[in-house]
Design a protein around this ligand. Structure first.
Ligand SMILES: Cc1cc2nc3c(=O)[nH]c(=O)nc-3n(C[C@H](O)[C@H](O)[C@H](O)COP(=O)(O)OP(=O)(O)OC[C@H]3O[C@@H](n4cnc5c(N)ncnc54)[C@H](O)[C@@H]3O)c2cc1C
Length: 516
């Protein structure tokens, strides 16, 4: 990537700041249209919100309830496109709404029929009302006291940071230049005072460089206002950050193939319990916060809320000591008049062009990243007087596309890259060694992450190339020394580097461990 950067002369058409779903989506879209694109991410791809989602590719049943039909329809269409373009990372999943009151089956049955209808030709599966027995068959651990039955509907599920890494590779294949550990520290201006580029710090070397652009796209999610203030110190905030947490449990808490959807928690939100990578993922919350931080920490009251809500629906009540990992993320919601109730804020995306010419895109959700990127690049092309070119991402396969990736077993998330990971173990059989008895990861995945997926740190490998930290934080801490050793030899680093990497990882991972 640095070779590409250095070979580039003149102005970029677009410089994109931020390597989450939004920024990488924009890089793919713009590069696929033939524009010259540079993307810079201050940390690792997905270090922000994009690795911390509920892992749903969904229309959003909740937005249906709010009457936001266009948003639901758009998201359902994107859900269908994503399944088609990245079948190795997206799958359909049955969600059961358990019913304990007589009115719930007809009420949710009807609503979810509408959800089906709105998906049209992008539909996943037909929703229907389940008897009590059928509900128990699908959710063997559901609370049985007072259970009358359920309603099943289908939505999509994915691995967020793996998709992001594959998207970054797609952008590279389309000709974009993407750098992680390269943060924008300032914006540059032309003679008329318009933003015409960025000043970037290489986090590894502390060296700085400037990159000039026809358009600078601010895709920094919850950090958007910080960059906007670099352009105009008095810019009015447009983000109302809101935190959401998830707890991860052993699979025994949710052994069936279906997820649970709770349409109304005591605070009026939706909550999910989802089978994910051999574990049960439960969340989320919606807590307004004052400032966004890169490594948010779950609050005690959020943890208690998720535990107590899960206890209402699970026969075996989960306790703190059952939690394998707890992770928090910050929603980059576009601000409305009253930002105190962020659950009611729009999940729709916002594109804003400041008087300085800085283009900011924020809000939306993972599911709609492609559509957000399409809108953003359309606006950027006008703003930067770029030659008009149509969006081509509707049917653009994501890197690793494989229609039957499940045949690769634990390596299925690599899609068509899986044979290359397996080849490493054939060349060097020791690389087939598991990294930990509790998780399905092998040493070859560390080597592959360093050689092919731009992993630079132990955390990159354990949090976002594999999902160890999110699945079992204690196991991830135990894996860190081995991963540090493998990475050090791949990246030509010293033993001291490996040692400091272990310490740095432990400091982060401690927040994912829930003490009893
Ligand atoms: C708890 C929770 C659950 C969610 N669940 C779902 C779900 O199930 N399905 C769904 O569709 N959506 C979901 N979402 C929403 C979705 O995750 C977000 O909309 C999406 O990830 C936002 O991506 P982003 O790229 O805008 O932001 P981010 O992923 O945060 O990316 C912004 C990036 O900008 C970088 N950056 C900041 N400043 C600079 C700088 N100066 N220089 C360079 N880089 C910089 C940051 O490091 C960061 O990586 C959820 C969100 C939350 C919080």
């Amino acid at each position: 990537m640095y070779r590409r950067l250095n070979a580039h002369t003149g102005r970029w058409d677009l410089v994109v700041v931020g390597g989450g779903a939004t920024g990488v989506g924009v890089a793919i879209d713009a590069a696929a249209r033939g524009y010259e694109v540079l993307l810079v991410e201050q940390s690792d791809f997905g270090k922000g919100t994009s690795s911390r989602s509920t892992k749903l590719v969904h229309g959003g049943v909740r937005y249906l309830e709010q009457g936001n039909i266009p948003l639901v329809m758009e998201a359902l269409k994107e859900r269908g496109l994503l399944l088609r373009n990245a079948p190795h990372l997206v799958r359909d999943l049955g969600f059961v709404v358990p019913n304990y009151d007589w009115w719930e089956a007809p009420f949710y049955g009807l609503g979810l029929k509408l959800y089906n209808l709105l998906a049209g030709k992008y539909g996943f599966g037909t929703s229907r009302i389940l008897s009590r027995e059928e509900t128990l068959e699908r959710l063997p651990t559901i609370e049985t006291v007072g259970l009358r039955g359920g309603v099943i509907y289908y939505d999509g599920q994915f691995d967020d940071s793996r998709l992001l890494i594959h998207m970054a590779e797609t952008a590279c294949e389309q000709g974009a230049t993407l750098l992680n550990y390269a943060g924008v520290v300032d914006l540059t201006r032309d003679g008329d005072g318009f933003v015409d580029g960025v000043r970037v710090r290489d986090i590894e070397t502390a060296g700085e460089f400037e990159a000039r652009a026809k358009v600078v796209v601010n895709a920094t999610g919850a950090f958007s206002d910080g960059l906007r203030r670099l352009a105009s110190p008095d810019a009015r905030p447009m983000i109302a950050p809101s935190q959401g947490i998830h707890l991860v449990f052993p699979r025994e808490f949710l052994p069936g193939d279906s997820a649970i959807m709770v349409p109304h928690t005591s605070d009026g939100r939706v909550m999910f319990a989802i089978p994910w990578h051999g574990h049960a993922l439960v969340g989320t919350t919606d807590t307004p916060v004052d400032v966004a931080v890169l490594e948010p920490v779950a609050m005690e009251r959020e943890i208690e809320f998720v535990l107590s809500t899960a206890s209402l629906y699970l026969a075996r009540k989960p306790r703190r000591e059952d939690v394998l990992s707890v992770f928090a993320g910050i929603r980059p919601l576009a601000r409305a008049g009253d930002a105190n109730n962020t659950a009611a804020l729009s999940r729709d995306h916002t594109i804003q062009i400041d008087p300085s010419g800085l283009l900011t895109i924020c809000g939306g959700k993972w599911t709609t990243y492609r559509r957000m990127a399409e809108d953003c690049v359309n606006q950027a092309a006008t703003l930067g007087s770029l030659p008009e070119r149509d969006c081509v991402t509707h049917h653009l396969n994501i890197h690793g596309f494989h229609p039957a990736a499940s045949k690769f077993g634990p390596l299925s998330v690599y899609g068509s890259d899986a044979p290359a990971v397996e080849d490493l173990t054939r060349l060097e059989p020791t690389l087939a060694r598991p990294l930990h008895p509790s998780l399905p990861y092998i040493e070859a995945q560390v080597v592959f992450a360093a050689r092919r997926e731009m992993a630079r740190t132990v955390e990159d490998v354990l949090a976002r190339r594999t999902r160890a930290l999110f699945l079992d934080a204690r196991a991830a801490i135990e894996m860190a020394p081995r991963v540090a050793g493998l990475l050090a030899s791949e990246l030509g680093r010293s033993e001291e580097w490996a040692h400091s990497q272990r310490e740095a990882f432990e400091a982060v991972a401690r927040h994912y461990v829930l003490s009893a």
